[in-house]
Design a protein around this ligand. Structure first.
Ligand code: BLA
Length: 312
């Protein structure tokens, strides 16, 4: 009896200590979402999105990983949505704000994938228009944000080679990083998220509606191209497929995460990215045609592109 009791008690203590360690290392992205929603509410009028009814929460096929979704709209925001995944093995946040096409605002992008040890993060105000060929767009939105960018890209250093095609969707202040889980790294990510999101909201508040129909069309097509890219090639696809099956994962990508891909334009993925056409006329399943590039950060402190191996 006594031996048994002692044994159990020892085991209970070990279990408690292990849970405690797990709690310290596992990040929850719930606070990020609360912060973003409160901050948005204080600056604009949020309305529910019609998507909310269909996409709210689900449990993965493992019976324990939870997926929670939120979607809203505002006068200048076509869609503000988040997806949070919380399981024993992973925590994920995909948070995005898509402006209405009357605005040439960047797209807010917070994509964080975490396991007990590793974090893969992209945080950016993704440019709606190409910052390399459109110097005016870079100047309008990013020149004044370089100090902010430099502060956080030092704290959360460049994550190494990535799908080359992705680089055109990123801005000179993108945070692309991979790091081990620690309190200080998670705190740095949380402050970066807060500052980047507040910055995006400020740009949103200042944004003046475009009235020229050709400019609005140009914004619309740029957003549609972005949605088309992500709905087809997002790295989250494989994880979602494992969690909820291919059919639901595809539905989630096209109709929730990148909603608008079937409504904002009629061009197809291959119209925008013809290099992905395979011999049988279908979309090449590879994520990248060019391959991975950019071992180091391809922008200098002024936000000028210095990666020399970008084709197209
Ligand atoms: C990896 N996620 C990556 C990588 C990038 C991104 C650049 C490195 C691999 C690569 O080069 O493709 C993120 N890529 C982006 C983003 C854009 C882009 C944000 O082009 C926007 C234009 N990631 C998620 C979600 C999950 C996720 C929601 O955003 C899970 C549900 C997982 N991302 C994930 C995993 C990896 C990854 C598992 C490592 C495996 C891999 O390289 O594919």
């Amino acid at each position: 009896m006594t031996i048994n009791y002692n044994g159990n008690s020892h085991w209970r203590k070990r279990k408690k200590r292990r849970n405690c360690l797990l709690q310290i290392s596992a990040i929850s992205y719930r606070d990020f979402i609360h912060f973003a929603l409160n901050e948005t509410k204080s600056r604009t009028h949020l309305l529910p999105s019609p998507l909310q009814e269909r996409y709210s929460s689900m449990t993965a096929v493992d019976g324990q990983t939870k997926i929670e979704m939120l979607s809203l709209e505002a006068p200048k925001i076509r869609l503000l949505r988040s997806m949070m995944i919380e399981g024993n093995a992973m925590q994920v946040l995909d948070f995005a704000a898509f402006p209405k096409p009357e605005f040439d605002l960047p797209i807010f992008c917070g994509n964080f994938f975490s396991t007990a040890n590793t974090n893969i993060v992209v945080l950016d105000l993704n440019p709606l228009h190409d910052v390399i060929s459109r110097g005016d767009y870079k100047e309008k939105y990013y020149d004044s944000l370089m100090t902010l960018g430099l502060k956080y890209t030092e704290l959360l250093p460049w994550g190494g080679k990535l799908t080359s095609e992705s680089i055109k969707f990123f801005s000179p202040i993108v945070i692309w990083s991979k790091f081990t889980s620690s309190k200080s790294n998670h705190e740095a990510l949380y402050s970066a998220f807060m500052e980047y999101y507040k910055t995006w909201l400020e740009l949103m508040e200042q944004a003046v509606e475009d009235t020229d129909p050709s400019q609005i069309m140009c914004n619309l097509e740029a957003q549609h191209r972005y949605l088309t890219w992500r709905a087809e090639k997002d790295p989250g696809h494989q994880v979602l497929k494992r969690l909820i099956g291919e059919k639901l994962a595809k539905d989630m990508l096209r109709n929730f995460l990148f909603s608008g891909v079937d409504e904002l334009g009629s061009k197809t993925f291959l119209d925008y990215f013809p290099e992905y056409r395979s011999d049988d006329g279908r979309i090449n399943e590879k994520r990248s045609i060019i391959g991975k590039s950019f071992e180091t950060r391809p922008w200098n402190a002024k936000g000028e592109f210095v990666g020399n191996n970008l084709r197209n």
